[in-house]
Design a protein around this ligand. Structure first.
Ligand code: AHR
Length: 503
């Protein structure tokens, strides 16, 4: 048994945790929209075509904000194609994913879906084939109350009240050679500045996110962020990051250390944004939007990205998640919580079928993939402030990051309810861990409300149609509370949530 200890004090916090870090992503891609959230004729779908089983699972997953409509799809998308009478909507080629887009689902249907699930919509404007002119028209359609051609068009489409969409991404992965109309940092930075400016002229109170690098290994990483922000620093509030975790070498220790990559990535992008601010002698702090993240490496061949013959809603990026992937997702959530001072928004990519937390059969059932569970637990139990902690315990030597702690943890305390939640990942492959947490400033009368562990003896175990609950959380009955101390035994390679009431 290895031992680790954590000290936290409810009066010392990193920052209030922004609940928008529990976001997810719906792209017009594969079966995420069609056959995912929308499937007219499905036994659980209503007259609006929204799948009732997916609505229910989405509510249980608990996202707070959902990004739409892409992704790479965005860079060739005309928003006008997806509004108005469905029988008049054009069918188009989607060049990003080699698919046929019927446009039977669009902006207004997505807003309806968001209102039903009770999530904030996070929209994106096309900065590939289009730009500022389209963006100013789209936001007028969405957010202007009425009395102009485009706002009245929305009203004529049955949406009297403005959608009032506040969070907008200015394009997607504009540095990527695969992107429809990739741009240089100069081209994109200038366009983002002017597009943001026009959007703010149309609508008040917007939050705008500029595209950072598509991923950290891009050759232009860092130089891209710096130059883009030099151009659009005044107009944007966020810079985006995307990170997908991989276990190509089937090496669990290396896979676990990818979580340290995410922490380093976040800190380095914050440093770049602050360098731009410093050069301008500005006190403004650009915040981070990790608006795509997940595990993605198994469904990575050419046929996972495109199918021949321009099919409608083909199976793409059908990543089937296993128990070790769920640990990575849980660990990444710990990293996000601990970076609460800079990461204000994050989107698990994606919600359903395409790299999905939820998986469906077209015409059949829907079920929770393994990664659903850490996300749902974190979203349900992380409220309030992320606490600063002092920890002690065994270290492990990694190739990329030197010595890193075997225990990954976050402690979140809600001053409103008095609840504190400990998230803990034991990264050891063979040693159980005795964890002790001293929670100072919370009084001596704590009670245990919940102790849950996510663990499976077979790291490759998956959930599927026949066994949808093979990998699922279970009670950790070793957790105890005594005075201001919490103790628990954490199984090797387990992700744990412990909730205590502090008054
Ligand atoms: O989430 C799948 C794809 O990954 C997105 O469309 C793109 O932005 C990223 O490369």
């Amino acid at each position: 048994m290895i031992k680790a200890s954590v000290i936290a004090d409810v009066d010392f916090s990193v920052a209030p945790l922004d609940r928008r870090i529990f976001g997810t992503f719906v792209e017009h891609m594969g079966r995420c929209v069609y056959g995912g959230i929308y499937e007219p004729g499905h036994p659980t779908a209503g007259a609006d075509g929204l799948r009732g089983d997916v609505l229910e699972l989405t509510r249980e997953l608990g996202p707070t904000i959902v990004r739409y409509p892409g992704g790479n799809f965005l860079s060739g998308y005309n928003w006008e194609d997806g509004v108005g009478p469905k029988d008049q909507r054009p069918v188009r080629l989607d060049l990003a994913w080699g698919s046929t887009e019927t446009n039977q689902f669009g902006t207004n249907e997505f807003i309806d879906w968001c209102r039903i699930v009770d999530v904030e919509p996070m929209f994106a404007v096309n900065m590939g084939t289009r730009g500022p002119d389209e963006a100013r028209e789209f936001i007028e359609y969405c957010n202007h109350p009425g009395g102009t051609a485009l706002s009245d068009l929305r009203r004529a489409h049955g949406y009297e009240k403005p959608h009032d969409i506040k969070f907008w991404c200015l394009g997607n992965e504009m540095d990527g050679p695969w992107q429809i109309c990739k741009k240089t940092a100069t081209e994109y930075g200038r366009a983002a500045q002017e597009t943001g400016k026009l959007m703010r002229m149309v609508s008040d109170g917007l939050s705008l996110a500029a595209c950072g690098s598509s991923y950290r290994a891009m050759p232009t990483y860092a130089a891209w962020e710096y130059e883009v922000l030099e151009h659009c620093f005044e107009e944007v509030d966020y810079i985006s990051l995307h990170q997908y975790f991989r276990n190509d070498d089937d090496d669990i220790a290396k896979f676990m250390s990818a979580l340290d990559d995410l922490d380093g990535f976040i800190k380095s992008v914050a440093a770049i944004a602050d360098a731009v601010a410093a050069k301008r002698r500005s006190t403004k702090r650009i915040m981070l939007s990790l608006d795509e993240w997940n595990v993605w490496y198994k469904a990575h061949g050419p046929s996972d990205l495109k199918k021949p013959g321009w099919p409608q809603a083909p199976d793409l990026l059908d990543e089937i998640y296993n128990a070790e992937d769920a640990l990575i997702v849980g660990g990444a959530l710990i990293v996000l919580m601990n970076n609460a001072d800079r990461v204000k928004v994050a989107c698990l990519a994606q919600l359903v079928n395409v790299l999905g937390a939820i998986h469906t059969d077209t015409g059949g059932p829907a079920w929770r993939q393994t990664i659903f569970h850490p996300f749902a637990l974190a979203s349900r139990h992380a409220h309030g402030n992320t606490l600063r902690t002092q920890s002690d315990g065994p270290m492990v030597t990694t190739l990329a990051h030197g010595d890193v702690p075997v225990l990954m943890h976050a402690v979140v305390h809600d001053p409103q309810t008095g609840r504190a939640t400990i998230f803990a990942l034991n990264r050891s492959a063979d040693a159980p861990m005795e964890l002790t947490v001293a929670l100072r400033g919370a009084g001596e009368a704590m009670t245990l409300e919940l102790a849950t562990e996510l663990h499976h003896h077979d790291l490759k175990a998956i959930n599927d149609r026949d066994n949808p609950d093979r990998v699922t959380p279970a009670t950790n009955d070793t957790a105890r509370v005594s005075g201001h101390r919490i103790t628990a035994e954490l199984k090797p390679l387990s992700w744990n949530v412990i909730v205590v009431a502090t008054r």
